[in-house]
Design a protein around this ligand. Structure first.
Ligand code: BG6
Length: 514
């Protein structure tokens, strides 16, 4: 008689929200006026408008939600909707259908004008008032503009009494400002920006967005670590050999040459996305899941990351640039701006002493892949035939796949069926798509809703941003003062130097599918 394999556990029925302050759990935000500065820009079309459209489709927006675009130029409400529609159609998670689109377009308003012109803010004030009279309770200002215009926008909002300083409480309607990255371009400019914003609004009103923190899989890092008793006891230097964090993109700079020349991969990805992911992987257990308890621990671990000396930059950091970057529009013919960086960081803490963290990020690589791999220590080989054991008995690796094919896999050793004790490596794989059978929302959807309901858990606090700049400052300093970027081929795994850096430690990066 053949035995049947027991069915998998039904994961789809066991949900419960654990992140965020109690008062905000599972609650639709109060009706909000969302004001987007830079409303005709790329980010609004690719991310913000699609996110708002999708949260509307999911029934998360209470009436009356009003979305006011502010930008140069004169557009009617209808023309603003028409301008957004193709981008939303292209980038929306769910299809754009006529009646739903009409419902969304009805929420849109547009204010055209210069950011330095009082008339712009007078018109904006009138539109916000209309929204509040209809019953909106909160106002969110999204600064989706180059940072250079933040000061004038905030100054004018302040002068026109559209923002006022006040301490915000989670779950309570209020007035908040979302600031897009890049948050400054180095430690000094980030500090100045923080000072400047802080002169108009309270820290609790400032939502510094890092969209990686809104990704389901990034949030799951905390749930995996603290929601299972099996991981935390081994999540330390006694059991973990090293950790790899990769953000590999197959796309290039996508026409953003001028921006990228000022930014480069360290400011674009490492200072924010990768250090945030690293802080979630390495932070201590927070005393609760409330915003500041989590943010305290993240800031604390970033403070424990060992500062890089100028020698460390030479020995433990590698920069690369894809062949063809210098021919992109807006890029200097002799540009030294890195489109790839790899670095080795150490954390001086009780938990992580001696465990290297290898970070790499790059564009035009062989594969789109963002993941964290936790490499566990090898077993003592005494039980096994030495000669084979070293190569076959590979240490276990737990991989958190942030994207694509979101999920978690564990590679471990198992006996190959047969008379002899032969062993092989096997991989156990969980994917979100199979386990939960529900679509994964885009990061911006979650983050916009969180800001509307006053939950700052997934936004960056000033101290973390500061510390992250402090950490990469030596890298920027050395790389901007000296040439030496290594050219790598598009669709490759990056410059050779990255492999050399790893092999010096007797290790290799996980493969990118070249
Ligand atoms: C942005 C960077 O923050 O993140 C882009 O500015 C990058 O250069 C993007 O392409 C990657 O985001 P995601 O969500 O596609 O991994």
């Amino acid at each position: 008689m053949s035995e049947t394999i027991p069915p998998p556990i039904d994961t789809s029925s066991v949900f419960g929200e654990i992140l965020g302050d109690d008062s905000t759990k599972r609650r639709r935000p109060e009706p909000t006026v969302v004001v987007i500065f830079g409303a005709t820009g790329d980010l609004t079309g690719r991310k913000l408008a699609p996110a708002l459209y999708n949260v509307m489709l999911d029934g998360a927006l209470k009436e009356p939600t009003v979305i006011i675009g502010v930008s140069r130029g004169a557009l009617t409400k209808a023309a603003f909707g028409d301008k957004l529609k193709p981008a939303v159609t292209q980038h929306s998670r769910q299809p754009v259908v006529p009646d739903k689109w009409q419902a969304f377009a009805n929420k849109l308003e547009f204010v055209g004008g210069e950011f330095s012109d009082d008339a712009t803010y007078k018109a904006l004030g009138e539109k916000i008032d209309e929204g509040m009279k209809k019953g909106a309770k909160s106002v969110v200002f999204y600064l989706s503009t180059p940072p250079a215009v933040f000061p004038i926008v905030l100054e004018k909002l302040h002068q026109h009494k559209l923002i006022t300083r006040s301490v915000q409480k989670p779950g309570v309607p209020g007035c908040r400002v979302i600031v897009e990255k890049p948050f400054g371009r180095d430690l000094a400019t980030a500090r100045a920006l923080n000072e400047m914003i802080g002169s108009y609004v309270d820290e609790s009103q400032i939502y510094r967005i890092d969209h990686y923190l809104g990704k389901e899989t990034v949030q799951n890092i905390l749930v995996l670590r603290f929601g299972n008793s099996i991981f935390e006891p081994i999540w330390n230097r006694n059991h973990i050999d090293y950790v790899e964090i990769t953000a590999s993109e197959s796309i290039g700079i996508e026409g953003r040459g001028a921006f990228y020349e000022q930014t480069g991969v360290v400011r674009d990805i490492i200072q924010n996305h990768l250090l945030q992911v690293m802080s979630l992987v390495t932070m201590e257990v927070p005393s609760s899941f409330a915003a500041d308890d989590i943010r305290d621990e993240k800031a604390q671990v970033l403070r424990s990351v060992r500062s890089l000396s100028l020698d460390d930059v030479a020995n433990n950091c590698v920069r690369g640039q894809y062949r063809g970057y210098r021919q992109e529009q807006g890029v200097a013919a002799d540009s030294q701006v890195p489109t790839f960086a790899a670095m080795r960081l150490m954390i001086d803490s009780w938990r992580w002493e001696g465990v290297p963290f290898y970070l790499r990020a790059g564009k035009k690589l062989a594969q789109r892949l963002t993941e964290v791999s936790i490499h566990f220590k090898a077993v003592p080989l005494v039980l096994f035939k030495e000669e084979a054991a070293g190569s076959v008995l590979q240490p276990a690796v737990l991989t958190l796949r942030i994207q694509p094919h979101e999920g978690i896999s564990l590679r471990f050793v198992a006996k190959v069926p047969g008379e002899n004790i032969n062993v092989g490596n096997v991989v156990m794989n969980m994917t979100y798509a199979d386990a939960f059978k529900r679509p994964i929302a885009e990061a911006y959807e979650r983050l916009l809703l969180d800001c509307m309901r006053g939950d700052a858990t997934l936004f960056n606090r000033r101290d973390s941003v500061d510390r992250a700049w402090e950490l990469i400052q030596p890298v920027l300093q050395v790389w901007e003062a000296t040439d030496g970027v290594q050219i790598y081929e598009p669709d490759s795994a990056g410059p050779k130097g990255a492999n050399v850096m790893m092999s010096r430690d007797g290790r290799a990066w996980r493969d990118l599918k070249v």
